[in-house]
Design a protein around this ligand. Structure first.
Ligand SMILES: [Zn+2]
Length: 140
């Protein structure tokens, strides 16, 4: 049976494992993943998916028919990427959307509170006393 990504759990995949995955586009423009080996820093395993053979990895575990972490991590990385792209598209759509409401409307009671607060801040005796004490600003 050919497994598709949606049938493979990625709950055990760690962030570090996702970080070991690098998306690459082949000469046919189809993406695949190169995944750094956890045991051999000089090694990378190619993870591919084809309709005929499902997921394939070049590592020993996959050779023996196991669903290795390289495959799981590649699927998790692809999912993260899809989510990131969706989020980006959402933000772009949000920015492109026409502005529906103009400046926020402030009711008179709120405006009065803001003005009162500004007046209080302007006439605070503490800040003036401080300014006089500070020699550097005496000339200002
Ligand atoms: Zn593998």
């Amino acid at each position: 049976m050919i497994l598709t990504a949606s049938q493979i759990s990625t709950s055990s995949v760690t962030d570090a494992q996702i970080g070991a995955c690098h998306k690459v586009f082949g000469p046919d423009n189809k993406p695949f993943y190169m995944v750094e080996s956890a045991s051999d820093l000089d090694r990378e395993y190619k993870v591919t998916w084809t309709r005929e053979r499902g997921f394939q990895c070049q590592c020993k575990a996959a050779e023996y028919g196991n669903l290795c972490w390289h495959i799981r991590a590649s699927i998790a990385a692809a999912r993260e990427e899809r989510e990131a792209v969706a989020e980006l598209n959402r933000l772009i759509a949000e920015q492109a959307a026409p502005v529906t409401s103009s400046a926020p409307t402030i009711d008179t009671a709120t405006r009065a509170r803001i003005e009162a607060a500004n007046e209080r801040a302007a006439s605070k005796p503490v800040s003036r006393a401080k300014a006089r004490q500070d020699g550097h600003f005496a000339s200002i």
